[in-house]
Structures are given as structure tokens and as C-alpha cells.
Design a protein around this ligand. Sequence first.
Ligand SMILES: *[C@@H]1O[C@H](CO)[C@@H](O)[C@H](O)[C@H]1NC(C)=O
Ligand SMILES: *[C@@H]1O[C@H](CO)[C@@H](O)[C@H](O)[C@H]1NC(C)=O
Ligand SMILES: *[C@@H]1O[C@H](CO)[C@@H](O)[C@H](O)[C@H]1NC(C)=O
Length: 975
Amino acid sequence: MARWQLALALALALAWSARAALPEPRCPPAAAQRCVCHSNRSNDEIVSRPFYSRLGEFSYSVDGSRLLIDYIDNKHFKLDCFQNLTLDNLAMPRFESEVRVAKAVLKDCPTPRGSFGAVLKRFNVLVKDRLTLMIPAGTVTPTHLSELGNVNTLEIKQAELAPGTLAAPIGLRSLILDRVRLPPGELLQLPTSLQRLELLSVGADVPREVLERLPKLDKITVRDSSNVSVTPTGAMKEMALDMTAVRIPSTLPPLLHTVTILNWDDQWPMPWTSCALHTLVLHGVTAEELPAGWISNCKNMSILKVQDGKQLRTLHATSLSGAQDLQELYLTRCALTALPAGLLDDAPNLRVLDLSNNYLKELPSGLLVPTSHLEKLLLSKNKLTQDVFTLVQAVHSLSELDLSQNDVRDSCEGENRYQPGLSPWHSLRFMTTLNLKKTNASQICRDWRESMPLLRTLNLSQNKFTNLKFADLQFRSTETVLVDLSGNDIRKLEYKQRDYNNVIDPDANASKADVKLDNSLACDCKTYWAARALQERPMHLKKLAAGCARSQAPRDIHTVALDTLVCNATDLCKDAPPGCACAVRDSGVPSPAHLLRVDCGGAGLERLADLLGPLAAAAKRERVALDNYVWQLNLTNNRITDLSAAAFPKHLSDLDLTNNSLTLLREDDLRTLLADSTRRVRLARNPLVCNCSAAATLTLMQARQAALDYDALTCANGSRLATVRPLRCSRGLDAALVAAVAALVTLLAAAALAGLLWHPALRLRLKVVLHQRGWLPALADQDDDDRRFDVFLSFSHGDERFVRDELVARLESGPAPYRLCVHYRDWVPGGWIPAQIAASVRASRRTVAVVSAHFLRSAWARAEFQEAYALALRDARPRLVVVLLDDPSALPLDDKLRSYLSTNTYVRWGDPWFWHKLRLALPRSRGPLAGNVPLESTPPDAVTPEACSESAASPLNSASSTPGRPAARAQAVPV
Ligand SMILES: *[C@@H]1O[C@H](CO)[C@@H](O)[C@H](O)[C@H]1NC(C)=O
Ligand SMILES: *[C@@H]1O[C@H](CO)[C@@H](O)[C@H](O)[C@H]1NC(C)=O
Ligand SMILES: *[C@@H]1O[C@H](CO)[C@@H](O)[C@H](O)[C@H]1NC(C)=O
């Protein structure tokens, strides 16, 4: 089993076992009719849903009403009642044994007859911490809350309480009342165990008597849409008030350490007289000024937030003095226009200073001098200028700086204030976060990349960046740096060729940058090296998200076709026919990077020279060496008829001639065109001539399919070129008619010549010439009429059955039987085989080689082929006929055979015209051999094999005293 299958099986098994182990609420067996479970965790669901999604959801209908239970072991039990289902219904589903959860929620269920505690018990659920009741209908009575057992926190939402209800949950530590309607005086009933009390939109005052009854109360939170009064008491530690307008007394209870006020309505606040505050958060401030010595009595103040003070314009120089321990100061979303210089003099331990969202034009010099621990300086959304740089420069402890949305512009250039390329923060070694969003910056400073070893976030979004260089992305932080450059109109991502070379060097250091760009790049020749580097070695950066601006598909720079990354070269195409466009990419030497693309799609071209001529002229004028470029020539949809006149560019990688008017391609032209093995040529939708006159071209096309769109090529008659068998006219058996006509013409011509040329010597010479050229095949038969056999069958033992049953049976029968020589019948047993081969080939007018996989494996069969081949060459006439038993492409042909097959006729077994073609390839039969001498009748004194030789006195037989007649030659043929 594959590893992943194993993993999947394991996961399923785990899911199954988890399912088995998890308890689930089931309908009581006794109420099977009334309670139906719709979806428990079926196996299907576990497989088809991600494990985390609503895994614990069960739905039921009980007495026709819907019920939803959401249960996650140990975590929560949530009950959703629909349609007034009452909790007292005994047909409700339940767990078989007790389950424990931290939280339980009963939502939209009407109040039960007994207590909620009893209801949960019936479900078999034990709540360990928090119970939430959302009761839109019905009144909650003391009985309902009487048996809450372990519940620490009780949250009641949207309910109406009967008098005395709040006294019921004895031992409760936290109570949250949210939109609950209380009877008058009910707060006086609160259990004395309460530590936290939250009153949300309850609309009740919290007078001193209520809080005094609660000695353990630490924190009170009151949020109301109207103003209610809350009077803090002595023991209280935390207070959070959110009302329309809150006023707090200037004397605070001695233990109160944390106060959060929303809508602090104190226009002229006074300094606190007694204050033990540790944290003070004031939102919605109406004050216009923080007075002198405002928190001077709050010696423990550590965190101070004053936010949303639309009127707060000034701070008194001493408003923060006295708070020696101040660590975090937030004065945000106020109307501050300036700060007093000594504001932080008493805050040496300040770690966070957030002044964002004000109207600060500058910060007083020396403001940060007292602070030697400042880590975060947040100055976003002010009116600051570069003047702020000097202030920041000295804060060596700084790790986070936010200057976003201030017009501070580039920090590492201009006015020679700093070392070129370095920002004022180049010595801030602890910097982790630099936010320069919307600051009109346009440069990435060198020090951010090289001397901030802890940098993790660099926000440069929505700035004025227009181009990026390779070096800009080389970050040497030990952390991954998120470089956000989105919202910039970055058109150029400029890598030089040497940058690319660096990148693909396997030893090169990868940059730690995780860069985010918009899809704004101009994907042209200038982006080429970047795209190539990113595609070939994406890991040279942690990550880069970028795409092309134009609607190129796909737009991602990681997948954009490198070929398309070129720039217009209008000058080159100036004189070219209208409709032609030139584009280049330069890199100096001929390579795919040094590209010239000429696109003349549909330009009405008829001759290639009309394009190449003007191009060459323009190149000369522009001093462009066209031969150095690798060309892509797109000539689709033109009317080009001829390739031959074209002087093709030296380096041509693509030639698209789809949909032109090319008919007969000359083999030589095509061979030249395809000489470069990496070249791709498209010729689809041309009316190509596919008859025998194109045989050589078609054969070449077949051999070089990969360089062409071979499968898309069609002949003029519409048939697919791949289905056409290339056959030669002169010997093409398919073109028998053409051959016959040719033969007839030849005959007539010969007759005419014969009439003219009465001189025998002249006649003979002419005939010889004609024969040697193979122009008189029909007459050629006569020349070797004196050979004993018509055909020597050369085959491998493995194909003997085919030869015997098919070839011999057919060729030796019929009205014109052939004289065949077959070794199994006509050879001398025990004879020296090479000699027999030679003798048989010579004694036969033709040798038919039955070529098959067997044949190619048989050494003897190959020897016979060699012999016949040699003889054919010597006699310069077709002595060899190949019968192919298998598809040539399936055979391991050697070079000799392959070249023979590519230039000569062969007959495929299985061709419907097989016998017809074979007979055409053979000489005219002379009828059965008169006095055929079988092997047995060979004269006993013959010591050499002779079966198929011309006579007993074989010329091969050196021992023979009678020299045989030499094999007749063409010269001997009488006219
Ligand atoms: C639920 O009960 C209330 C009051 O008893 C009634 O007004 C409402 O129509 C009931 N809803 C359904 C769906 O039965
Ligand atoms: C480049 O040429 C093409 C057509 O020839 C044109 O559509 C495109 O706008 C040109 N691009 C530039 C950058 O000139
Ligand atoms: C040539 O252009 C046509 C459309 O103009 C396009 O379909 C074809 O792919 C192009 N050929 C090459 C090789 O890019």
C-alpha cells in the first residue's frame, strides 16, 4: 500500500475510534417514537467534513419540535430549542453516562418546571464553570436557579426575573446580567460570594448599599445606554464603566487598581487626590487639556490610555509627572498638535509610546531622552516630517517604529544628512517592525536589509515605489522578513543577467524576504531575468507574490511564459509590411535570452523576402546584428506559397506558417529548415501536396515529426498527412498508374529513338544508359532471363511457415508461376552456407527478403540481404525486393536496412494490394523451370553447394573444371 493510502486508512481508523469513544446524546429507548435523531456523527460525515467543522453537532426532533445539541467533550454543551420545546419533556435525548463540560448554554428554551440544574442532570451533563441561559420567554424564578451546583459563572440573557431570584445561586462567583429585567431592589439580593458582577443594559443604579453587601467583589462592569450611577466601594479592585457620560470622583477607593471608562465626561479634569491605579483606560474623552500634576498621586500607574479625545489638544508639561513607573502610554485618536518637551521626564521606564492619530507636526527634541527602554514608538497618522528622524535615531532600544501615514518620504536619501543608502535608523539593532505605509517612500534602505538582524516586518505599502532591483530584495535578517509593497505601482522588477547567474548558483544565499507586490509589473523584456530567476529557483527568496499588470494569462510572474517577456522594437519593423511587429530582448550573445520576435500574423504576405529584406535593411541602419538573435517568426494567416527563396535567419527557434498557401515543399528546403534540431516549424492549414511527387518531402516530415506540428498537417485534399504513405513516383507501387503511364511514355520515346537511332552501337549505348538509370524497368527483365531462378527467397527460419504457406504456395501456382529458390528445398544439405547464399543470389533475377524481427535476429538472413544488396548496387538495378512482415517502426532496423527502406520499394504484408504490388516488383515469370533439377539429382561429384546456382558448374566452385558463364550483365541484352 502506498504511504498516503496507509496514512488515510490510519486517519479513518482514528476518526472511527474517536467516534466510538466520544459519548453522544441518544434518544431514550422508551421514547423511540417521539424522539428521532437526524444526524449523529455518521461515518460519512467524518470522512467528508473537515474534522474541526461542527463535529459535535447533533440534531433531533422531539415530539415534532426541532432540537439542536452542540457538544464537544470537556468543552461545551449547547442546547438550541426551536418551536417552544419544553425542557421538561422526558423524550429528550440524553447522554448514557455523565459528561463534564466547562460551559453550557441553553438557548431559546422556555423555563422548565423545575430547576435548570435538574434539566442538565437529566441530560447527564455536569457543568464545571459557566452556565448561560438565554430565555426570551417566561420568568426566571428562584426555583430555576436553586440547584446550580458547580457553576461559578452564571450568565442570564434577555430574561425577566421574579423577586428573590438573584439570592438563589448560592456560592456563585461571577454573575452576568445582560438585558435582564429586574424587580426593584433585586440587586440587594445578590449572593455575597460574588467576586465579579457585570450589568449590561440592565438599567439599574448600583448604589453604595449594593456593593457594600458584597465584601468579595473585585470587579464591577456596568454598560448601559443610559446613565446609571455606580459608586465604587472600598474593597473593589477593578471597575469598568461604559455609559453615555461617566464621571469619576477625584478620590478613588484605596484598592482600586484598574479603571476602564468609556465616555469619560470630564471637561476640566482635576488631579486625583488619592489614587492607587495601576491601569487607567479612558475612552471617549471630553477633556480639552490634561492638567498639571494630573496623575502625580498615582505613583503605581503603569498603563495609561487616553483615547478618542476629540477636544484634547494640549497636555500640561507636568500632567504625567510623578508616575515613575509608567510603562505604556497611549495618547491616541486625540487632537494633540504639540507635546511639551518634558512630558516624559518622569517616565524613564516607558516601553510603549503610542501617539498615533493626532495632529502632531513635530515632536520636541529631547522628548525621548529620558527613556532608555522604549521599545515601541507608534506615530502613525500624524503630520510629521523628516524632522522626526533625528529624534528616533538615538532610541537604541527601539524594536518597533510606526511612522505610517506621515509624509516623511525616503529616509535614506536627500540632503546628504545621512550616509547614502542608509536610513537614520541604521544603528537600531533591535528593530523587528518598521511600518512606513503611506509615507511617500520610494526606496528600500540598505541598512534595513543588512543591519537589522531581527527585522520581521517591513511595511512599505501604498507608497511611491515604481521599480525594484534585485538588491532591494536581499534581506540578511535572521528572521523571515515580510516586505509589504502592495499598493505601489511597481512596474519594473529589475534583475540583471548577473543577478540571475547569482541566483542559480546553488551556493548562493537565499534572501529571507517574503515580498508582496501587486499585479502591477510590466511584463516585458526588462522583467525577463527576474521571471527566469523566480521560475528556475524560486527559493532564492522566501517568497514573492507579484504579477503582470496587463491582462496576460497567466499573470503570475512565476508562471508567465518567458517567451512573452519582450519589448517592442518598432524601428526594426518600420519598413516591414504593415501588420508586422518586431519585439526584442537583448542579452548580447545568441541565446534564448537574446530574442527577436517578428509577428506578421495576417499581414497579407506572399513572399518571405518581402519581410526579410526590409528587416535586414532596417537592422543595418540601426546597427543591429540580426544573426545574433534567436528568432521567432510568426507568419500565421498569410498567403505565402514558397519557402525556397527565403534566406532563413541563422538562429531561428520558431517558425509559424500556419494557414498559408504552401503546396509543394522541396525536400532540400525542408531539410535546410529542419537542420537545426531545436527548431520548431508549424505548417498546419497549408494545402500541402501529398502525391508521389512529394514523397521525399513526406518521408522527411515523417522522420522529423517532432520538429513539426506533424499531426496537424493536412494535404490539399483535406486528408491528414500522417495517414498518407509516402511513395515514390518512379517505383511507387501505389502510383502504379503513374508508373504505367511513365513506362508507356518511355516506350514510345524508346520506339521513336529506335527508329531514329538505327546504328546498333548507338542503340546499345543508349539502352545501357537507360537501364543504368533504371528508366526502363519493364525491359530490364530480359537482361537476366538466363538466370535459373526468378526469385530467391531470403528469410529467417522463424518465418518459414509464412514463406511456405503463403509466398511459395502463391508464387509457384497460378497461370504464371515463378521459379523460386528456397533454401529448405533447393540447397545442398551440409553445404557451406555463405557460398550457397552467394550462389543463390546470383542465380536469381530477384532476391525477396522477408524482413521481420526474426529476420533481423538471424545472421544468415542478414548475410543474404547483404549479398543481394551488394549485387543490386553493383548491377545498378533493383535486385532486392523487401517484404515487411512487421511495421518498420516496430523493427530494430540497422542503418543499412533503414536507408534501403527509405529509398527503395518495400511491400507490407497485410497491405490489401500486397500480391499486386509484389508481382509488379518481380520480373515477369518465365513459367516453371524446365527440367527442374532437384537436390537429389545434383551430380554426385559436385562438392560445392549448387542447388540454386545456375548450373552444376557454379562460378563459385573453384574446384570445378568447367568455368560457368559469368552472370549476364545488362550489356548483353539484345535490343
Ligand atoms: C411559542 O409559544 C409562544 C407563547 O406561548 C407562542 O406565541 C408562539 O406562537 C409559540 N411558537 C411556536 C412556534 O409554537
Ligand atoms: C508594443 O506593440 C504592441 C503592438 O505592436 C502594442 O499593442 C503595445 O502597446 C506596444 N507596447 C509598448 C510598450 O509600446
Ligand atoms: C503566432 O500567432 C498566432 C496568433 O497571432 C498564435 O496563435 C500562435 O500561437 C503564434 N505562434 C507562435 C509559435 O507563437
